[in-house]
Design a protein around this ligand. Structure first.
Ligand SMILES: NC(=O)c1ccc[n+]([C@@H]2O[C@H](COP(=O)([O-])OP(=O)(O)OC[C@H]3O[C@@H](n4cnc5c(N)ncnc54)[C@H](O)[C@@H]3O)[C@@H](O)[C@H]2O)c1
Length: 393
């Protein structure tokens, strides 16, 4: 069978736009032509385009008109606008995590610590509903770029659950490191929250996904989240935090530690940690405790390669692993970090959907459940951990 050609456009020209482009280069089931890039920061878009030999566009609409698929690699505040514009023109929208969010009321006085979190939940879900409504009317689809769903360890666990008919009793997991590199990440108004949404969405979505797999594998419908209890903290904003220069600490109004405890509709549970205070490189894992097996999915670090380097300077020109503080001593250096993280696999899968109609594992309903759970968790955290119902989509 000859490969179908799909034309694609990148929206956003920053960090995630770079790894999306890398992943597009690895797509093998579809012939992908990158038409160009559009970003609010035109200078950044021009530089991104020049480095890759693609066209910088001056308008989002013109780019969308020229392509079949859009990569939405913009800040959370712009996800809905970009995705809906693509869907209204019957295009597929690959949307970075989190699907959408509540980014404040636009006023100078807005501060993440002081507004009622019920408003974030209500406005966040309204945004989700608008995106789902646009998808329903469209010939395109939302392809939710949650790389954890496509990480090889999570997909192997899916296979175990499907083949052995497991009942998952408890999952616990974490995404953590010593602080985002992105200056905008410090503000609720750009990211729709702090670490609970920014990093917590990753292990949470993987956990929600595996309970869906369990439900559908037993011939039934997905097993959805029913309630959540959560705590958030801003440890690096405490007056008594003793800064030794290893952990980022310039957050304006966001949480840097979070814990969500989710109860599913079958009364089984998942506990998800996310933080910006963990040294030693990125720490991403999910442990599954089932009735018939137990699995630890080590996304990062893992032991695919362990390197001992006696002197930091030796490795001046060697990339080792995301967010590591030193290259000296022993390092868990993944043989292919992007592959373990699931980036090429998710993009390959999305192009198969766009080209050949393959089913989507990480779809808009999974994304919607993630948003609903996280903003319900912010309501719970405001109530110091009281249990809050989750509206599942
Ligand atoms: N899956 C992952 O591992 C991962 C990692 C990092 C970031 N992300 C996600 O990627 C998204 C972008 O983050 P980033 O780190 O790439 O940000 P970034 O600041 O590096 O880049 C953002 C880009 O989007 C453009 N932009 C912002 N709002 C826009 C809008 N409304 N319309 C058009 N262009 C707009 C900016 O000009 C810039 O080029 C976020 O949703 C973030 O959560 C995902």
């Amino acid at each position: 069978m000859s490969k179908k050609t799909i034309r694609t456009g990148i929206v956003g020209a920053g960090f995630s736009a770079r790894f999306h482009y890398e992943a597009i280069q690895k797509v093998y089931g579809t012939h992908v032509e990158v038409a160009g890039v559009y970003a609010l920061d035109r200078a950044q878009a021009r530089e991104y385009a020049a480095e890759r030999g693609i066209r910088p566009y001056d308008s989002l609409e013109t780019l969308i008109d020229d392509v079949d698929v859009i990569h939405c690699c913009v800040l959370v505040a712009g996800h809905e606008e970009v995705a809906v514009a693509a869907l209204e023109r019957d295009r597929f929208a690959i949307v970075e995590k989190p699907l959408t969010g509540y980014c404040g009321d636009g006023s100078d006085a807005f501060h993440g610590d002081h507004f009622p979190k019920q408003a974030a939940l209500a406005r966040g879900l309204e945004s989700v509903e608008r995106m789902l409504a646009a998808e329903q009317k469209s010939k395109g689809r939302i392809l939710y770029a949650e790389n954890w769903v496509y990480a090889p360890a999570i997909q192997r666990e899916r296979e175990i659950i499907e083949r052995t008919g497991s009942q998952i009793l408890w999952m616990h997991g974490e995404e953590a490191h010593s602080g985002s590199h992105n200056p905008t990440y410090a503000y609720w108004k750009y990211s729709g929250g702090g670490v609970m949404i920014g990093k917590g969405c990753h292990p949470l979505t993987a956990a929600l996904y595996l309970k869906r797999v369990e439900g559908r594998g037993r011939g039934g419908s997905p097993i959805r989240p029913r309630s959540v209890s959560a705590r958030t903290h801003a440890l690096t904003r405490m007056e008594n935090f003793r800064d030794e220069g290893f952990i980022r600490r310039d957050y304006y109004d966001i949480d840097d530690f979070s814990m969500m405890h989710v109860v599913f509709e079958d009364n089984t549970i998942a506990t998800v940690f996310a933080s910006d205070i963990v040294l030693g490189g990125i720490h991403n894992w999910l442990e599954v405790c089932a009735n018939n097996h137990r699995t630890v999915c080590n996304i990062n670090p893992n032991t695919s390669m362990q390197v001992y380097n006696p002197l930091d300077a030796n490795f001046r020109d060697v990339y080792t692993v995301e967010k590591i503080g030193t290259k000296q001593g022993w390092t868990h250096m993944p043989t292919d970090e992007d592959w373990f993280t699931g980036y090429p696999q998710e993009i390959e899968a999305f192009y198969r959907t766009a080209a050949y109609g393959d089913p989507v594992e990480s779809d808009s309903l999974l994304a919607a459940d993630t948003i609903s759970t996280i903003y319900s968790a912010y309501v719970s955290a405001e109530r110091k951990g009281a249990e809050v119902e989750v509206r599942a989509f």
